[in-house]
Write a protein that binds this ligand. Sequence first.
Ligand SMILES: Nc1ncnc2c1ncn2[C@@H]1O[C@H](COP(=O)(O)OP(=O)(O)O)[C@@H](O)[C@H]1O
Ligand SMILES: [Mg+2]
Length: 232
Amino acid sequence: MKGLKKNFVVLSSKGGVGKSTVSTLLAFYAAERNLKVGLIDLDFTNPSTHVILGINPVEITYTEDKGLFPHKVNSLSYITPIAFTKDLPLPLRGDSVSKALLELLSILRLDGLEYLVIDTPPGLGDEHMDLMYKLGDLVKPLVVSTPSILSLGSVKRMIHLLKEANVGEVLLVENMGDGKLVEFARELDVVYLGYIPYYPGFDRCLGSLEGLRKCPIRGFFENILGKITQDA
Ligand SMILES: Nc1ncnc2c1ncn2[C@@H]1O[C@H](COP(=O)(O)OP(=O)(O)O)[C@@H](O)[C@H]1O
Ligand SMILES: [Mg+2]
């Protein structure tokens, strides 16, 4: 990862706030801009990035040569555990999750990539902290939150933990919101990247690359992308 410009770990203490959506769309739109980007799904229990991209797990192939080369979705380099598990539940418990995550990361061949977006399972468990500690300043935490009070309390605790772990700058994306988390971000001293509105027809964007390309709320993701790729 050292050779890359920026690596983002997309985190949230809550499930269902849009981590997978935000990671996948940011990575896909970045690839559409001809940036060399990789998307890694580390949600071993509920991988969902392939559903957003509309990829059938059986079509995913990895080449091995002194490591594992990502599958290509057009120009997007893509790694998902669904390719190994083929929709079967993966019975990993306790620290075997952390071990599996780090092992997968350690064998990945990221040759030629500029950016990496890593989707993670909900929560801030041992596997997240292991990831953040081990990868240290190689990665930037990108926290996703909705403006709901149910999300905010838990995200606040998570941001405190990240700060205590000295992971450096913490980034925040407000999903299904209207911009009101600017103030929240200021109070917690995190970098506010922007918001994505709640879009009732979102399901129609998901499940195919053409749907993602034509998604009416694409502009909001593009704004965020502009910010995170600007000073790299
Ligand atoms: N901006 C949005 N507008 C409408 N629905 C959204 C938006 N962002 C995410 N969703 C929907 O919310 C649900 C949870 O999103 P997901 O990315 O799976 O969350 P997480 O990965 O945090 O669990 C999905 O059904 C997704 O389509
Ligand atoms: Mg998810």
